[in-house]
Design a protein around this ligand. Structure first.
Ligand SMILES: *Cc1c(COP(=O)(O)O)cnc(C)c1O
Length: 414
């Protein structure tokens, strides 16, 4: 920050404060992480100065000697890490990646199918306030009310009835392994394109801690900044036969120039994700989530679906006589950051629902393990008993900060 400190002290100071926040708190938002110093360096590099509309060897501007190589490296690494036939690394983020898939394979008004937002799906899977719900005809499948697992019978029945052009599988708040085999079967039966959106679990898939959708899906979209631990961006993996359509939909269909500093950051993150260390990381994320879930269960929190198979735990906090929003705010005061979330079939409104959503990718990136999950469960229990006790919450925040000192975060000076 040496230059911006001089030229723009307001922004410099806010970045320093945010850095300290990320250093001193336990970050449990399951879609967030800490990227490596290498990814940070590349994201702040001169690559941000270059325009390169088009694809390698077919650009609309000169001077692509190095940009082409960077993008091709990113593509090669994506293909090799996930075993994909083809990859597009240009989407600006996860939402534009999904839009590109719709634009490539559906006409306005066509039926598209996805998991309902209030059952764990993403806005871009056809929710009403999203362009995807406004421009296409959304068909929404849900969870089974008893098991809180995806209702695969409902997926099949709705698909047969409405014959969607695209079936989206994937979620933003779902703690269980998704059975991509069933989705692939249904898509074949109704002649739909299967798109798996693995935004949340891409790191787990890369590290072998969640079954891969890549062999089964026509197209796989993802963010690069969640469990995959890269810069903010998006990526589309696909079968070769879909490459032309997807590439055309991303550019010129939807976007202009790719963000080359991000593309390079993605390449670096993909190289990191191909290591043995990352495999261990991915498995530790899941082990930590399972352990934390078990401890929270013992303390009387109610877990959606009874537990977790992945990086994420959805908790119904109503048995602790607190609402999701009040509890999430109290946790934040205590140095533990999460988000409030609806639980399936939530009787409460979305702006103050019954649950919270937590995840372990960030803590695991700091090297925290089982003992720390146990401490965390204790703190979460104490916070639930003291949501209005400011001094108690502040005391916990101090303890959290002490713990964090022993677990330096990637990319952040201790
Ligand atoms: C996060 C997420 C996205 C959107 O990613 P943005 O980068 O926020 O646009 C899309 N789909 C799923 C399932 C997600 O979890």
């Amino acid at each position: 920050m040496e230059h911006v400190k001089v030229t723009d002290s307001e922004i410099a100071e806010l970045i320093e404060l945010e850095t300290a926040r990320q250093r001193d708190k336990i970050r449990l938002i399951p879609s967030e992480n800490y990227v490596s110093s290498s990814v940070l360096e590349v994201s702040g590099s001169v690559l941000t100065n270059k325009y390169s509309e088009g694809y390698a060897k077919k650009r609309y501007y000169e001077g692509q000697q190095y940009i082409d190589q960077i993008e091709q490296l990113a593509i090669q690494r994506a293909k090799s890490l996930f075993g994909a036939e083809a990859a597009n690394v240009q989407p600006y983020s996860g939402s534009p990646a999904n839009l590109a898939v719709y634009f490539a394979f559906a006409q306005p008004g066509d039926p598209i199918m996805g998991l309902a937002l209030d059952h764990g799906g993403h806005l871009t899977h056809g929710w009403g306030v999203s362009i995807t719900g406004a421009y296409y005809t959304p068909i929404r499948y849900e969870l089974n009310p008893d098991t809180h697992l995806i209702d695969y019978d409902m997926v099949r029945d709705l698909a047969k009835k409405h014959r969607p052009k695209i079936i989206m599988a994937g979620a933003t708040a779902y703690p269980r392994i998704i059975d991509f085999n069933i989705f692939a079967e249904v898509a074949r039966e109704v002649d739909a394109l299967l798109c798996v959106d693995m935004a949340h679990i891409a790191g787990l898939v890369a590290g072998g801690a969640h079954p891969s959708p890549v062999p089964l899906a026509d197209v796989v979209t993802t963010t690069t900044h969640k469990s995959l631990r890269g810069p903010r961006g998006g990526m589309i993996l696909m079968k070769k036969k879909h490459r032309k359509a997807i590439n055309k939909a991303v550019f010129p269909g939807l976007q202009g120039g790719p963000h080359n500093h991000t593309t390079a950051g993605i390449a670096v993150a993909l190289k990191e994700a191909a290591t043995e260390e990352f495999k261990t990381y991915a498995h530790n994320i899941v082990a930590n989530a399972k352990h934390l879930a078990e401890k929270l269960n013992e303390k009387g929190f109610k877990l959606v679906s009874g537990g977790t198979d992945n990086h994420l735990v959805l908790i119904d906090v109503s048995p602790r006589n607190v609402t999701g929003k009040v509890y999430a705010k109290a946790l934040d005061t205590a140095g533990i950051v999460c988000n409030y979330n609806t639980v399936p079939f939530d009787p409460r409104p979305p702006f103050d629902p019954s649950g919270i959503r937590i995840g372990t990718p960030s803590m695991t990136s700091r090297g925290m393990g089982k003992p720390e999950m146990e401490k965390l469960a204790d703190w979460m229990d104490q916070v639930a008993n003291n949501v209005e006790n400011e001094s108690e919450l502040t005391r916990i925040a101090g303890e959290v900060k002490e713990l964090c000192k022993n677990f330096p975060a990637p990319g952040i000076p201790a």
